[in-house]
Design a binder for this molecule. Structure first.
Ligand code: NCD
Length: 308
């Protein structure tokens, strides 16, 4: 069917085949390094970021520029008419009339779905509340595939704040499209994966287990996907204080693991990974962030239906 003209609200809007086609295109872009293209020179991408972002916004912008396209947009609603009380739907309607596709990040779950209903042009979810972050999951899957040559058959741990981190929820959903050998869900008891995500894992027949500490499982793992405690999503600051600093990935822990063990993280990281890990053979997160550009270039060409 192809992705041309489609919205991407959840990673489950794509099939495994569509993701694999995307990864092949990303491989092509990555092989050609920092080449510039004129593939999207008639296109404008709107970047509507109501929540903070570094990588997602700037890598979409880089991707669009390398493809010869233009971007418009804002980071933070303070500078827009939202500060005057304009509704999300009115803002989206306007952007839809200026641009050929919209990337939206918003603190409210369902914001991207609503925007996709309002806009004629494709809407790409750049993160909505604690729910979805499909383009991050594309990068996560691509990174695993590049590092291991496969996603199937691996032992993957999702670790940290599994309750509020949309990247963890979204990657869990994404893995239902593949055949990981086993999924280890590792978090403090207050931050376990939400039931609606577990239900999707159950329905897809993904084998998983729930753990309180990586110490118990590190020897089994190929990949540890770590997330930051999402302080800003806690309804009660006291609840955050109870879990603050409750887990930390150290070099000593990783040394207990298998050879070839890799640590991924969507970034930003705060204090959940010991600094010494950054320069070790375990750290894949900076490479993962760099692959955000070819993956998003691939996504944009597929959505605009352009041959690479
Ligand atoms: C994440 C997000 O916004 O969900 N950042 C990203 O896009 N790489 C992760 C986070 O904020 O912890």
């Amino acid at each position: 069917m192809g992705l041309k003209g489609r919205d991407v609200v959840s990673i489950l809007d794509l099939t495994r085949g569509e993701l694999e086609a995307l990864f092949e295109t990303a491989d092509k872009f990555d092989r050609r390094g920092r080449a510039r293209y004129r593939l999207l020179e008639d296109k404008v991408l709107a970047l509507a970021f109501f929540e903070p972002s570094t990588r997602t916004r700037l890598s979409f912008e880089t991707a669009m520029k390398r493809l010869g396209g233009e971007t418009i947009g804002f980071a933070g609603a303070e500078a827009t008419s939202v500060a005057k009380g304009e509704s999300l739907t009115d803002t989206i309607r306007m952007l839809d009339s200026y641009a050929d596709a919209i990337v939206l990040r918003h603190r409210y779950e369902g914001a991207a779905k609503l925007a996709a209903e309002v806009a004629e042009n494709p809407v790409i979810n750049g993160g909505d509340g604690r729910q979805h972050h499909p383009t991050q999951s594309m990068i996560d899957l691509y990174t695993i595939r590049r590092l291991f040559g496969t996603i199937d058959g691996l032992n993957i741990a999702l670790a940290g704040d599994l309750r509020y981190a949309r990247t963890a929820a979204s990657l869990a959903l994404a893995l239902t499209l593949f055949r990981p050998r086993h999924l280890y869900l590792v978090s403090p008891p207050q931050l376990t994966m939400r039931p609606e995500v577990l239900r999707v894992l159950d329905e897809a027949g993904v084998r998983y287990s729930v753990h309180g500490s990586l110490d118990d499982v590190v020897e089994e793992l190929d990949v540890i996907y770590v997330t930051r405690i999402q302080k800003e999503r806690f309804p009660d600051p006291m609840e955050y204080e109870k879990v603050r600093g409750s887990y930390r990935i150290t070099l000593d822990l990783l040394k207990k693991g298998r050879k070839g063990l890799k640590v991924l993280h969507p970034l930003p990281k705060v204090d959940e990974i010991e600094l010494a890990v950054d320069h070790s053979e375990y750290a894949a997160y900076f490479q993962q962030a760099a692959w955000g550009v070819p993956v998003r270039m691939a996504l944009l060409t597929h959505i605009f239906g352009v041959e690479v």
